[in-house]
Ligand binder design. Structure first.
Ligand code: FAD
Ligand code: NAD
Ligand code: NAD
Length: 516
C-alpha cells in the first residue's frame, strides 16, 4: 500500500462507530464521528475537554466520571469553603476567595454540559461537552480502542485521556474503625461538614498539605462550633517533608496559634473503636487519644490500575503512568494530572500532585489529542494557604531532603494570601482559564542580602516573608515563595536559567522582598 492508502486504512480503523453491549442490556448505537473519551471528571479532564473544544468546536467530547457532581476544583475544599459565612457552603460550593470575590468550586454549571444518563445518547448532536457521571471505567482496550463501563457498556474512542487522579491512602486497619474518613471529594467535604459540629473532637492524621490545611480550616470552624482539633503526624512539624526544619517549626507555631493542638513526632501504632461511638488513637510512644472522629490525610496513591491492566507502562518508583513529551502513553492514549510520570526537560522525570499541573497537563494533552503534537514544557506552580494569613507558592522540586538557601524579610499586612489574590498577575490557578504563565518582570530592588551559602538563613525578622531556594548538585531546582506573591515567573526563570548556588545572591533582588 502507498503511504496515503496506509493512512486512510489507519484512519478508518480508528473511526469510532459503535457503542455495543457486552452480555445483555445495552443496545448497539452509532456514535458521532471521533469521540474523545476522557476518563475521570477531575481538573485534568475538564481542562482537556476545554482545550479540545477550542481546537474543534464540534468535536464529540465525553467526560466519564464516577463522582456525583460535575467537574470542580479541589483546593477550596480544604480552605475557603470552611471560612464561608454561609452555613450551606458545602452544598452550594460557593465561596469567597480571601479577597472577598464570589467564586464557585464547580468549573461550570451543570446546565452547560450535555448530561448523558444512557450511553445510547452519546450519539446526540451537541456542541456542549458531554458528561457521564456516576460511572466507573473498568477496562481500557487499547487495541480495540474501547473503554468498558461498570454497567457493561462499551464505548469506542478515537482518542482517550486517562485522568484518574489518585485515591487517598488509608491507615493499616482503617476499615475496622467506624468514625474514620479520608478527604478528597465534595462528598467527603459534605460528610466532614456535618461531623464538624457541636463540640466534636476531631483528630487530623497527617502533617502534609491536606492535613495542615484542613486542621487550620477546622480550627476556624471551632471558633463557632466549640470543636477541638488535634493534628498528629510523625514529622518534626507541619509540612516537614517540604520545608526546611526551622520553617517547619515556625509554621507549626502558627498552626497552634490558629487553635490546633499539634502533636508532631507522633507515629500511630493503631486506631480502634472506643466506647460510646468514640475512636481511639494509640501512638508508638504508648500515648493514647480519644476523639469523635479521625480524618486521615496521609497522601494518595495514583489510580493507575486501569492503565496497568491495559498493558501501559507504569513508572513503579513514582507510581505513575509513563507518558512521552506529548503526554501520550501509547498511540491515541493520553494521560494527565496527578497520575502521570512525565519528563520535565529541566528537572528530569517527575510526578506532580498539584492543581496547576492538572490544569496545564490536561490542557496540553487535550491540544495534542486534537492534533497539535507539541511537547509539554510548562513548569507548573503550586500554592497552599494555612488560613488567610500564611501562604506560599512554589515551583520545581521542593523537598526537605534537599539543601536550601533562604532569604527572609519582615512581612507587612500586604504579604498575606488575602492581599495576594487581589493582584492580577498572581497565578493561583483557581480558574482553568487562568493558565497563561505571567511574563511580567519585577522592578529590581537595590537592597541585597548577605553572601549566601547552602543551609544559610537570612532573617530580618522571623519568617514573615521569604524565599527558599532548593538546590541539587549546586544548582537551584526549586523555589518556595513564602508570603511572597506574584513572583512565580521569576521563580521559573531561576530554574530554567540553571542558576547555581553562587548566583543566588545576584538574583534575589528580582523578587523584591525587601522593597515596596
Ligand atoms: P482528580 O482531581 O483526582 O480527578 C480524577 C477524577 O477521576 C476523580 O473524580 C475520580 O473519582 C475519577 N475517576 C478515577 N478513576 C475513574 C474511573 N476508572 N472511572 C471514572 N472516573 C474515575 N493542589 C494545589 O496545587 N493547590 C491546592 O491548594 C490544592 N488543594 C487541594 C485540596 C484538596 C482537598 C485536595 C484533595 C487536593 C488539593 N490539591 C491542591 C491537589 C489537586 O486538587 C490535585 O492535584 C488535582 O485535583 C489533580 O487533578 P486530576 O484531574 O489529576 O485528578
Ligand atoms: P508510603 O506509602 O510508603 O508510606 C506512607 C507513609 O506512611 C510513610 O511515611 C510511612 O512511614 C507512614 N506510615 C505508614 N504507617 C504508619 C503508621 N502506622 N504510623 C506512622 N507512620 C506510618 O508512602 P511515602 O513513603 O510517604 O511516599 C509516597 C511517595 O510520595 C514517595 O514517592 C515520596 O517520595 C512522595 N512524598 C513526597 C513528599 C514530599 O514532600 N516531597 C512527602 C511525602 C511523600
Ligand atoms: P502529602 O503527601 O502532602 O502528605 C502526606 C503526609 O502524611 C506526610 O506529611 C505525613 O505527615 C503523613 N503521614 C503519612 N503516614 C502517616 C501516618 N501513619 N501517621 C501520621 N501521618 C502520616 O499528602 P496529603 O497531605 O494527604 O494530601 C493529599 C493529596 O492532596 C496530595 O496529593 C497533595 O499534594 C494534595 N493536596 C495538595 C494541596 C496543595 O497543593 N496546597 C492541598 C491539599 C491537598
Amino acid at each position: 500500500t502507498s503511504p496515503p492508502e496506509a493512512k486512510k486504512k489507519h484512519a478508518t480503523e480508528h473511526v469510532p462507530q459503535v457503542v455495543h453491549s457486552i452480555e445483555s442490556a445495552v443496545a448497539a448505537v452509532k456514535a458521532p464521528a471521533k469521540p474523545y473519551v476522557l476518563v475521570g471528571s477531575g481538573t485534568a479532564s475538564f481542562s482537556a475537554a476545554q482545550a479540545i473544544k477550542e481546537q474543534e468546536p464540534n468535536a464529540n467530547v465525553i467526560i466519564i466520571g464516577n463522582e456525583s457532581v460535575p467537574p470542580y476544583m479541589r483546593p477550596p475544599l480544604s480552605k475557603e469553603l470552611w471560612f464561608s459565612e454561609d452555613a450551606n457552603a458545602s452544598q452550594t460550593l460557593k465561596f469567597k476567595d480571601w479577597q472577598g470575590n464570589e467564586r464557585n468550586a464547580l468549573y461550570q454549571d451543570i446546565s452547560q454540559y450535555e448530561i448523558i444518563t444512557d450511553v445510547a445518547d452519546l450519539n446526540k448532536e451537541s456542541t456542549k461537552i458531554k458528561l457521564l457521571l456516576q460511572k466507573t471505567v473498568n477496562k481500557l482496550d487499547v487495541e480495540a480502542h474501547t473503554v468498558e463501563l461498570d454497567d457493561g457498556s462499551v464505548i469506542e474512542y478515537n482518542k482517550v485521556l486517562l485522568a484518574t487522579g489518585g485515591s487517598p491512602k488509608h491507615l493499616p486497619n482503617q476499615s475496622d474503625v467506624k468514625n474514620v474518613t479520608t478527604f478528597r471529594t465534595v462528598d467527603d467535604l459534605r460528610k466532614l461538614d456535618s461531623i464538624a459540629k457541636k463540640n466534636a473532637h476531631i483528630v487530623v492524621v497527617g502533617g502534609g498539605f491536606l492535613g495542615s490545611e484542613l486542621a487550620v480550616a477546622l480550627a476556624h470552624r471551632a471558633k463557632t462550633e466549640g470543636l477541638k482539633i488535634t493534628q498528629v503526624f510523625p514529622e518534626e512539624g507541619n509540612m516537614g517533608n517540604v520545608f526546611p526544619t526551622y520553617l517547619t517549626k515556625w509554621t507549626t507555631g502558627r498552626v497552634i496559634d490558629e487553635g490546633v493542638d499539634v502533636k508532631p513526632k507522633h507515629s500511630i501504632k493503631s486506631i480502634a473503636n472506643a466506647e460510646g461511638d468514640k475512636v481511639k488513637v494509640l501512638f508508638d510512644n504508648d500515648e493514647a487519644l480519644e476523639a469523635d472522629h479521625i480524618v486521615v490525610a496521609v497522601g494518595i496513591e495514583p489510580r493507575v490500575e486501569l492503565a496497568r491492566a491495559a498493558g501501559l507502562e507504569i513508572d513503579e518508583q513514582r507510581a505513575g503512568v509513563v507518558v512521552n513529551a506529548e503526554l501520550e502513553s501509547r498511540r491515541d492514549v493520553f494521560a494527565a494530572g496527578d497520575m502521570i510520570s512525565f519528563h520535565d526537560i529541566q528537572l528530569g522525570r517527575r510526578r506532580i500532585e498539584h492543581h496547576d499541573h492538572a490544569v496545564l497537563s490536561g490542557r496540553h494533552a487535550g491540544e495534542n489529542m486534537a492534533g497539535k503534537n507539541k511537547p509539554y514544557k510548562h513548569q507548573s506552580m503550586f500554592w497552599s494557604d494555612l488560613g488567610p494569613k500564611i501562604g506560599y507558592e512554589a515551583v520545581g522540586l521542593v523537598d526537605s531532603q534537599l539543601s536550601t538557601v533562604s532569604v527572609w524579610a519582615k512581612a507587612s499586612e500586604a504579604d498575606t494570601p488575602a492581599a495576594a489574590v487581589s493582584q492580577p498577575e498572581n497565578l493561583r490557578g483557581v480558574d482553568v482559564q487562568d493558565i497563561k504563565p505571567s511574563s511580567e518582570t519585577a522592578a529590581p530592588s537595590n537592597k541585597q542580602p548577605g553572601n549566601p551559602a547552602e543551609g544559610t538563613v537570612f532573617s530580618d525578622e522571623k519568617f514573615g516573608k521569604g524565599l527558599v531556594f532548593y538546590t541539587k548538585n549546586k544548582k537551584v531546582v526549586g523555589v518556595l515563595l513564602f508570603n511572597v506573591f506574584g513572583k512565580v515567573q521569576e521563580a521559573r526563570d531561576v530554574i530554567s536559567n540553571g542558576t547555581s548556588v553562587d548566583q543566588i545572591e545576584k538574583i534575589v533582588s528580582k523578587f523584591d522582598i525587601h522593597g515596596s
